[in-house]
Design a protein around this ligand. Structure first.
Ligand code: ZN
Length: 184
């Protein structure tokens, strides 16, 4: 079992650096395997659906994703359908490369564990394809649409030093309390 780490907050330079790629040998090392376990625990404790290594202070091209699309979302079925949000099991992305599929974008509120307590509307590609290595160093190729595509875009941005606040409609930026009061 991993040990949850504190989540780095915006303003820390590690969130603005491009992460370093990992070699297959590094991926198989005890250090990286332990880091992956720690990232899984950190994401679960923070109730996130994704976490990138820079968010726990490691400037590496490594992210974890897991979305049960269940109760923790506080969304009803209609809202889940609107977001095309369905469960995504735990998985690991290393050195990922993302390509949009088509030019359609969809616009929803999103937040970030590293911009704690805030949210804003962000337009994201509705569909993407991603190639990456998994935790064993094997190549994987992912086709995703809807909310999963949004998570992939958000997490892979982190590995390149980009936060959602760089892409948001800035007039929609709100704290969570006012989001519930005025926007939901
Ligand atoms: Zn984030």
């Amino acid at each position: 079992m991993g040990i949850a780490q504190p989540i780095v907050q915006t303003g820390h330079p590690v969130l603005r650096a491009e992460g370093r790629e990992l070699t297959r040998d590094e991926i198989k090392s005890a250090e990286i395997q332990e880091l992956i376990e720690n990232m899984r625990e950190s994401m679960r404790l923070a109730v996130g659906v994704g976490l990138a290594a820079p968010q726990i202070g490691e400037s590496l091209k490594l992210a974890v994703i897991e979305d049960d699309a269940g109760e923790k979302t506080k969304l009803n079925q209609e809202q889940l359908n609107e977001r095309e949000r369905y469960p995504v099991p735990f998985h690991v992305l290393i050195n990922p490369v993302l390509q949009p599929v088509g030019d359609e974008k969809v616009d929803f509120f999103e937040g970030c564990l590293s911009v704690h307590g805030f949210a804003a509307r962000v337009a994201r590609y509705r569909a993407v394809s991603v190639t990456a290595l998994n935790e064993h160093g094997d190549e994987v190729s992912i086709k995703a649409h809807g909310w999963y595509a949004r998570i992939l875009q958000h997490e892979i941005d982190h590995l390149n030093g980009i936060l959602y606040i760089d892409r948001m409609y800035s007039t929609t930026f709100t704290n969570v309390e006012n989001k519930m009061r005025y926007w939901d």
